[in-house]
Design a protein around this ligand. Structure first.
Ligand code: NAD
Length: 711
């Protein structure tokens, strides 16, 4: 069995079918490129061949590079040669002297699309699931198979840049509109017929860039319109990435430099920029976490084994507020029948209207049809009647954060349920084991902690109570995957995993403020560290009155348990802002920021008076380290305490749950990349200067001694 099937028809047209044995998808590695080179050699030698069709024997065309292989490369020379070899193959294909057509039966991403771009003509099957794009940037690398050279020469520098810088994945129709694919076919047979017709009509096909009369669409890098782009694009990118994503810079450099050189020189330049990224720490962080660990989670690494997969058909949601309404939408979207219950019909209807609103927005953007909207809305039944919950296989409770109310709705709902139904709470702070006491069947009780806004946030934290059974955990896990979110599994403890670690970030910001660091420096440090929002802004979003409320509850609980209360120095700032200054946060229109009606928010001028600047302003890196070490150290503690069991869940939970800098590969990978020993050393230094909260987690001290890292 070979990975590249070679078939020649009576007209001399060769069809090369990529079909790697023993794999569900074609990926670019030696097992494919070896036979491919042989096939090209055969074509070059045989003058009776009139044209070539390239297609795939799998569901998808070609998923991209072999990431496992890429991840292992540590010598830039190896990466450079890998890119050069692939490019040489593509160059031979497009210069073989016969017309070459890509017949794209499914997804072509990354190296898959680069291969297609090296064909003279591209026909795609009109398959609504197929995706086309160059998403390498999402893993910290760049298209190293000539993508940064062919795409801009095909569609123009300006349209090509965002596709590569944002790693956009296009549906077939959009790819046609962008000029990446030439035409669509409705059936595989039609696709091949069209390919053969094109070959017959274009016996002398050459690539635009190999044509002596080639003109750049929209001009090359020196053209006035593009010169303007080059003047601002790098600063626009830096304003978003703070220089943390070298792939962004390198992609721009490839396109810019390629736009002032000939095609082959541009390709050589691209291989060099590619090699730098492949061996760099950022791509190792991103591939390790956002590829390998995420794939592991998606395959069920934290799901109990030996339990059959389940799907939810009918879901009951208690509480149609912000969270309940969002959960209803994402569930109905995947075809689940939803009963949305609140105390009044009006409140329940309002919860359903949330979906209507989202659907209207999607329709305006052309992402939803009128039928799709009607069908989704028909699946949501707003009500006050508990009887309608009969037949639900899952209930998610999202009423007020109050033990009494939660207990009450738990009992009422359970009275309507079959004995196998699962009951989940979306509480953000109350221990699941305690809430399960209101349940007749605590084995079927679990926490499903969503993030706001539910339709945008990709993570759900699944919380195991003391009595939660494996079956219940598996069913919770399956539901989270059913609604296309990523599940991480955590044990029941205060703040669970994400809220506990996340809080250290704004708290450090508040502490810096109390110490007299400039609030603007604090905010910028957060962004420079790679966090999506500055720590003070995020504290305003969470609301300081809510944090105060949780703090007071924690104080009470700890006192009742006879445990000492060790308070973070940031708490004093929250208390002052809420109790003394009456500035509780964004919702109230006043917090650490001001929110002028119709204007842009800005830091509150009064901060200068209430938190006067210290004589010594710390270097920016010191602020960054304090924020990042606080989060990473807490994550290490959670992992050591078994709050979150796997390294993958800890890393992915940090990125998807609270926006921990993706380029660092998550909170534990941050420690790995810093070096565990160095992390311990620096933590001790920070602890000496700023307080015990920076003392390294004992597990890290142990790991440093043993020379271990998080695996
Ligand atoms: P919300 O105030 O927007 O909604 C709560 C809804 O519950 C309201 O519509 C209310 O009418 C309804 N409700 C109250 N008592 C009820 C009862 N007895 N029977 C039926 N419905 C009742 O609150 P929310 O922000 O949606 O939060 C809901 C839950 O989700 C809370 O436990 C909260 O801690 C948790 N949570 C919130 C967030 C967040 O970011 N807001 C994130 C994760 C989890």
């Amino acid at each position: 069995m070979t990975a590249v099937k070679f078939e020649k028809d009576a007209q001399g047209v060769v069809t090369l079918t990529l079909d790697m044995p023993g794999r569900s998808m074609n990926v670019l590695n030696e097992a494919l490129t070896g036979p491919f080179l042989d096939a090209i050699g055969q074509i070059e030698r045989d003058p009776s061949i009139t044209g070539v069709i390239l297609t795939s024997g799998k569901k998808e065309f070609l998923a991209g590079a072999d990431i496992e292989g890429l991840f292992k490369i540590t010598d830039p020379q190896d990466a450079f040669e890998l890119a050069e070899q692939f490019k040489a193959l593509l160059r031979r294909l497009e210069k073989c002297g016969r017309p070459v057509v890509a017949a794209l039966n499914g997804t072509a991403l990354g190296g898959g699309l680069e291969l297609a771009l090296a064909c003279h003509y591209r026909i795609a099957l009109n398959n609504p699931k197929a995706k086309f794009g160059l998403p390498e940037v999402k893993l910290g690398v760049l298209p190293g198979g000539g993508g940064t050279q062919r795409l801009p020469r095909l569609i123009g520098i300006q349209p090509a840049l965002p596709l590569m810088l944002e790693g956009k994945e296009l549906r077939a129709e959009a790819a046609v509109k962008q000029g990446i694919i030439h035409e669509l076919a409705e059936t595989p047979e039609e696709m091949i017929t069209k390919a053969k017709a094109w070959i017959a009509a274009n016996p002398k096909a050459v690539q635009p860039w190999d044509d002596k009369k080639f003109r750049w669409p929209g001009g090359d890098s020196k053209s006035p319109a593009n010169a303007q782009v080059w003047a601002i694009a790098p600063s626009m990118a830096s304003a978003k990435s703070y220089g943390n994503y070298p792939a962004v810079t390198n992609i721009m450099s490839c396109v810019f430099e390629g736009g002032i050189t000939d095609f082959d020189t541009g390709c050589r330049v691209e291989s060099r920029y590619f090699a730098e990224l492949v061996v760099g720490q950022v791509s190792k962080n991103m591939i390790g976490t956002l590829w390998f660990q995420l794939n592991g989670i998606n395959k069920g690494s934290s799901r109990p084994e030996g339990i059959e997969r389940s799907t939810v058909k009918k879901l009951g949601i208690l509480g149609a507020g912000m969270m309940g309404a969002g959960i209803a939408y994402v569930s109905a979207k995947v075809g689940i029948e939803v009963v949305l219950l609140d105390t009044t019909q009006e409140a329940a209807d309002k919860g359903k209207a949330y979906s209507e609103n989202l659907l209207d927005k999607a329709m305006k953007k052309g992402r939803e049809s009128a039928e799709g909207k009607a069908a989704l809305l028909a699946r949501i039944t707003p009500t006050t009647a508990y009887e309608l919950l009969k037949g639900c296989d899952l209930i998610i409770e999202a009423v007020f954060e109050d033990r009494g109310i939660k207990a009450d709705v738990t009992r009422k709902a359970e009275a309507m349920l079959g004995k196998d139904a699962v009951f989940a709470s979306n509480t953000s702070t109350l221990p699941i084991t305690g809430l399960a006491e209101a349940s007749e069947r605590p084995k079927n009780f679990i926490g499903l902690h969503f993030f706001s806004p539910v339709d945008k946030m990709p993570l759900v934290e699944i919380i195991k109570g003391k009595k939660t059974s494996k079956e219940t955990l598996a069913r919770g896990f399956d539901y989270v995957q059913q609604i296309k979110k990523t599940p991480i599994v955590v044990n029941d403890s205060r703040g669970f995993y994400t809220s506990r670690c996340f809080a250290t970030y704004p708290m450090e910001g508040l502490t810096l403020l109390a110490e007299g660091q400039h609030p603007r420096s604090i905010e910028v440090a957060g962004l420079q560290a790679g966090m999506p929002v500055g720590p003070l802004a995020v504290q305003d979003e969470v609301s300081m009155s809510l944090s105060m409320h949780i703090l007071e509850q924690t104080r009470k609980d700890l006192a009742a348990a006879g445990k000492p209360v060790v308070e973070h120095p940031g708490v004093a700032v929250i208390e002052k802002m809420v109790k003394q200054l009456d500035r509780p946060g964004k919702k109230a229109g006043k917090g650490l920021y001001d929110y002028p009606a119709g204007g842009q928010k800005h830091l509150w001028a009064g901060l200068a008076e209430h938190f006067p600047l210290a004589d010594t302003q710390l270097p920016q890196q010191e602020l960054i380290d304090r924020m990042m070490f606080a989060q990473a150290n807490e994550a290490a503690k959670c992992h050591a305490e078994g709050v979150v069991e796997t390294v993958a869940d800890t890393n992915i939970g940090s990125i998807f749950g609270w926006g921990f800098a993706p380029f660092q590969g998550g909170a534990l990978q941050f420690i790995n990349a810093y070096g565990v020993e160095n992390f311990v050393k620096r933590s001790r230094e920070l602890a000496r200067k700023y307080g015990d909260r920076f003392k390294p987690a004992p597990i890290l001290v142990k790991m440093a001694k043993e020379g271990r890292r998080f695996e």
